[in-house]
Design a protein around this ligand. Sequence first.
Ligand code: COA
Length: 372
Amino acid sequence: MAFTELPTAERTLPKASGLEGVVVAETRLSHVDGERGELFIAGSRVEDLALAAPGQFELVVERLLELGAGKPEPRVRERLGQARVAAFARLQRLGYALSLPDAMDALLAATAQGSAGSDALGVLGALPVYVAAGARQRAGRAPIAPDATRLAAQDFMTMLGLPESAGRARALEAYWVTVSDHGLNASTFAARVVASTGSDVMPCIAAALAALKGPLHGGAPGPVLEMLDATTGTEPRAWLETELAAGRRIMGMGHRIYRVRDPRALVFERALARLEREDPTQSATVARLAHARRVEHAAQALLNERHPDRPLCANVEFYTALLLEAVGLPRELFTATFAIGRCAGWLAHIEEQRHTGRLIRPAARYVGHLPH
Ligand code: COA
């Protein structure tokens, strides 16, 4: 566990620490090299995994779960399909949860209500059903039943009522594979803390969903699109300066670990380029991508001027926004869609944590009053 190499006297962290650089777990699931800008998931480079053949998301789920649990995970595609069908059958019970106006609140409530007692694949299979049914319910439409024989990405798009497109389904799959795991990020840590208490799968995932909702973690891609909208047809630098002068952060820029451009941004650019080639209806994406690159360069230059010692580059959320927009998803579903992909990693981390058999229970230094 934490600080094993450190002498006791050095165990206290600086005030207001975000635990950066502190190693609190060992994992076989993914490795983030922030200096070189590399990400390895289940032993493979993210760029080699993400743009592979259809069915790759199911394969990555299988590999991550197998690594996490230390035993083979059979028939993942089939079991995920069955879990979607089972979750759809439970939807009638989730009326209030699904009608919550925020997609992440609805997903969290539906998961808590509908997936108590489910196993790992049961929870993962249910998430796209809850996200799609919630989106349709908020729009006053009936849910669309899943098809257990399809791949998860295709089926999610069908359940949302989006037009059939193999290219877009592949792009969504590339997105899910890319975000499936990323070291000990805040939501994964939250899941591991709950798993360490001996809790079952659903509460661990509920904790992770709650952490992912925050704009500093998974809530940034919607605001990135708002930034791209606000700067279209204008000089981005002036808009960015106004944001910074108002004390706001530039969404999609900066990262706790990466000191260079997030490697996932490049994967998404490649997935977008492939989508443009495969799907002629995507012509608007070309101009959007060119504009996004202009905004990224302007933001990076401006942030570098302000923080010359702290490289602040585009993170995963910057091009997530463009990719999910091109897939045809409404922006209010971006974070919930992120949650479906990241759930693969959460589940594997839960298994890994359980194997340690150790409660995560750090300490705080008391700085309050004591009676005399
Ligand atoms: N826009 C403007 N300034 C930023 C910034 C951004 N996106 N990211 C960091 N900074 C600034 C901070 O204000 C801070 O300035 P200061 O030293 O003058 O106070 C400095 O850079 C260091 O930032 P810090 O908060 O220590 O970095 P961190 O490691 O905690 O931050 C993030 C990581 C992701 C939370 C941060 O970069 C951020 O808020 N980004 C925007 C939200 C986002 O895109 N989230 C998705 C992450 S994948």
